[in-house]
Design a protein around this ligand. Sequence first.
Ligand code: CO
Ligand code: CO
Ligand code: CO
Length: 322
Amino acid sequence: MSDVLSGLKRPDDPNLIVGFDTSDDAGVYKISSEIAMINTVDFITPPVDDPYWFGQIAAANSISDVYSMGGKPITALNVVMFPSKVLPMTLLKEILRGANDKVVEAGALIIGGHSVEDDEPKFGLSVNGVIHPDKVITNSNCKSGDSIVLTKRLGSGVLFNALRAGKISFDFMEKNVLNSLARLNDKAIATALKFDLHACTDVTGFGIAGHALEMSEGSQQKIRLFFSKLPFYEGSREMYKKGVTTLSNGANRRLSKDKLVYKIRLSESEEELLFDPQTSGGLLLSLPTNQAEILVKELSDAGVQSAIVGETYEMGTGIEIT
Ligand code: CO
Ligand code: CO
Ligand code: CO
C-alpha cells in the first residue's frame, strides 16, 4: 500500500494522530480530548478450506490492528467477496459465524458489512476501535535500550502452502497452528500496556524482518534480532528445507535488501523463515530492557507464550541478525 500512497500528501488535519505515512497498523483520528477513533480494514483469501476456521482467523487478523495501536475494538463490518453461484451459502454462513464468534470474544459488535461476487472467496473485517488520544501506541517509537518481545510463533505462511501441496495434514495444522492464529491479541496487549510500552505492531504479511524494519525506520533505531530466540511453528523450517515457499518470500526479501545484515551464518531455509508471511501473527512489543523479562513472565501467567527476540542497539535504520 505504501508505494501507491507515496504520491499522496498526508492530510493536513491537526486531529489526525496516525495517517498512512508511517505504515502503521491502523489510522487514528482524535474526536475529543478524551477519545480518538481507530480505523482499519483487512481481508484475506482462505488460509484453509474449513470456513469456520477461515472466519475466525480472518477476524482475529483484522481486529489485531486495533490492539496493536493499544486500542479497544468497538464495532466491525464484514467485508465479503464470495462466488455465490458456485459455492453453497452454508460456507459463507460458517465464515461469518467464525468471525462473529471472534468479534464477540473481543467485546465488540458486528453492525453490518458489504459483499460482492468474486471468483474466489475473500473475507475480512473493517474494525473500528477507540483509545485515549494521548495513549496511542505506534510502530515508530522504539527507544534506545529497548528489548523486542514477540507473542506468537512464526512460520505459518509456509505451512499453509505445505498443506495445499499435501506435504502436511489438516490435522497437523489444527493441532499446531490454527488455534494460535485464531487467538486474539487482546491479552497480549492488555498485559503489555501495564509496562512502559514504547512501540508495537503485529507481524503479518511482511514477516518478522519486514515488520521489524518498519519499526526501525519509524523509530530511527536499528534493531538486532536474535535468530536462536525466534520461535517457529513445528515443521516450518523443515518445509523450507524441502523447497516449499510462499509467493511473498521473494518480495519480502527484496523489501529489506541492503537494510538487513547477517552477523551469523544462516542456511537458505533459515533465512527464508525471516521473510515468511504471517496471517494473524503475534505482537512485536518494544519496551525498556529491564522490564522485558517481567513482561514475558506476566504474559505467560495470562496464557500467552512469548519470547525476547531482539533489541535496539544504535540510531539509524536497519536490522541485524545475530
Ligand atoms: Co498490522
Ligand atoms: Co492489517
Ligand atoms: Co501499531
